[in-house]
Design a protein around this ligand. Structure first.
Ligand code: SAH
Ligand code: SF4
Ligand code: F3S
Length: 461
């Protein structure tokens, strides 16, 4: 149908209604949950749809195709998706030609996919995280089928290069450098839904970053579940530090990366961070817990002492680095004493910010089967105490910057205050300041004048 301005759609849809419609354009909307892996996948899906002449729309009731790219990392994420699919039923009734597809990490788990199919028989397509490149085929299959089309490979395929992509922003881009995870932290679903570690070839990554530079992008974030083990599967002598040195030479202004696993941070990597002027002074280093007993039960493969030693080495090599982390409270068996170890570690490191989570049992992971699950009320109480501590520290860390200078990449008008612009420091902190809109995309210097827990305020110098 590509290239034809108007066409007829004649079909039985999933609600069993015989439909005929005359349309001139087809619109899609992708709703993404979870982490940047899903953002990346959504960009690949969008790229394929636009090759099929679909146009993007923000409005759900205008869409001919709605795709949910789901996250399974915590129960809350899944609940949101179930709620959304339920809500979309209304649209499906109003427009029987609407195609509804669910992909991402929830549908990659075959038991969850079956449950989705049973509970929501009006879904047209359910597809897994390894089936992105087949989406156009699934769309065709769905047009010819009255049943839900399900395609879930239980194994990852080869790394696919050169799939078309639509990037959202013109300033900052994500570049996935590796897929999957080999770590099997005992609480985590990711290795089950994203497969084993597969690194992209450095040449492809570098070519992609060069292209971003040519298109005017200023910042790239190198992405993987555990970027520090980049290259181990390539069968050549090339690691993440080598990649950082190479990307540093591409002409891109700012380089960030996430996520780092403490067990794989090497002295070479710390040295690369210190030496590469385009690598930003920010490290996200998830600690998860401060008690050695819990770290062992989580299969994190480092101790509290080793983690603190790493922090010291990094701060020595890269002074004033922004440090952020992820923490889980209420992991099975966590006692009040274990939790006190987490609080004291957070006090010791004094992170700039932390993503804090109450443990959420995930079916199929070892931790979900452990005895001594911590009652929900206790998990919630610990979470609140941790957040309170971290908020105090975040504010103090931000206040320490008042009076000093910061280099910002200007991102555009502030969402909260239309009279101001926002930019990010090299350490990834958000700064609001007064300036001309034409500064968007430029690097400027500001003096910090005020600080809150989540933002800074500054003036141009
Ligand atoms: N690969 C990254 C991120 C994984 S998911 C890493 O290793 O850090 C992001 C965060 O979600 C994790 O760091 C962890 O803090 C949290 N998380 C993962 N599984 C969880 C679970 N079952 N319950 C609560 N938090 C979880
Ligand atoms: Fe999950 Fe651990 Fe892998 Fe991160 S490193 S994705 S927490 S298994
Ligand atoms: Fe969620 Fe999948 Fe990312 S489970 S956190 S979207 S890898």
């Amino acid at each position: 149908m590509i290239g034809i301005g108007i066409w007829l759609v004649l079909s039985y849809n999933k609600l069993g209604v015989f439909t005929l419609s005359t349309r001139s354009k087809r619109y899609y909307k992708i709703i993404t949950y979870g982490c940047q892996m899903n953002e990346h996948d959504a960009e690949v899906l969008a790229g394929q749809l636009e090759e099929l002449d679909y146009l993007p729309t923000e409005e759900e009731n205008r869409a001919d195709l709605i795709i949910l790219v789901t996250c399974a990392v915590r129960e809350h994420a899944e609940q949101r998706v179930y709620g959304k699919i339920g809500e979309l039923y209304r649209l499906k009734q109003a427009n029987p030609n609407l195609v509804l597809a669910v992909g991402g990490c929830m549908s990659q788990q075959s038991e969850v996919a079956k449950k989705l199919k049973q509970r929501f028989p009006y879904l047209d397509i359910i597809f897994g995280t390894h089936n992105l490149a087949d989406f156009p085929d699934l769309l065709r299959a769905a047009a010819e089928s009255q049943e839900t089309v399900m395609e879930i490979w239980d194994r990852e395929g080869e790394v696919r290069e050169h799939l078309p992509r639509v990037r959202q922003d013109g300033l900052k881009a994500w570049t996935t450098i590796m897929y999957g995870c080999n770590n099997f932290c005992t609480y985590c679903i990711v290795p089950y839904v994203r497969g084993r570690e597969r690194s992209r070839q450095p040449e492809s990554i570098i070519a992609e970053v060069r292209e971003l530079v040519d298109r005017g992008y200023k910042e790239v974030s190198l992405l993987g579940q555990n970027v520090n083990s980049y290259g181990k599967d390539l069968g050549r002598d090339y690691d993440f530090a080598d990649l950082l040195y190479a990307v540093n030479e591409t002409g891109i202004e700012r380089i960030r990366f996430t996520t780092s696993h403490p067990k794989d941070i090497s002295p070479r990597l710390i040295e690369a961070m210190a030496k590469c002027e385009h690598v930003m002074e920010h490290l996200h280093l998830p600690v998860q817990a401060g008690s050695n007993r819990i770290l062992r039960a989580m299969n994190r493969r480092y101790t509290r002492e080793r983690y603190l030693e790493l922090i010291e080495q990094i701060r020595k090599a890269v002074p004033n680095i922004t440090l952020t982390t992820d923490v889980i409270v209420g992991f099975p068996g966590e006692t009040e004493e274990d939790f006190a170890d987490t609080l004291s570690l957070v006090e010791t490191v004094r992170y700039d910010a932390a993503f804090t989570f109450a443990y959420s049992p995930r079916g199929g992971t070892p931790a979900a089967k452990m005895q001594e699950q911590v009652p929900e009320a206790v998990r919630k109480d610990r979470l609140l105490r941790l957040i309170e501590l971290q908020n105090r520290i975040s504010l103090e860390r931000n206040q320490e910057l008042i009076g000093g200078e910061q280099e910002l990449l200007v991102e555009g008008p502030s969402k909260n205050d239309p009279d101001k612009l926002t930019g990010r420091t090299r350490g990834n902190k958000l700064v609001h300041f007064v300036g001309a809109e034409g500064l968007t995309g430029q690097i400027v210097q500001v003096r910090i004048t005020d600080a809150q827990t989540w933002n800074l305020f500054g003036e141009l110098i």
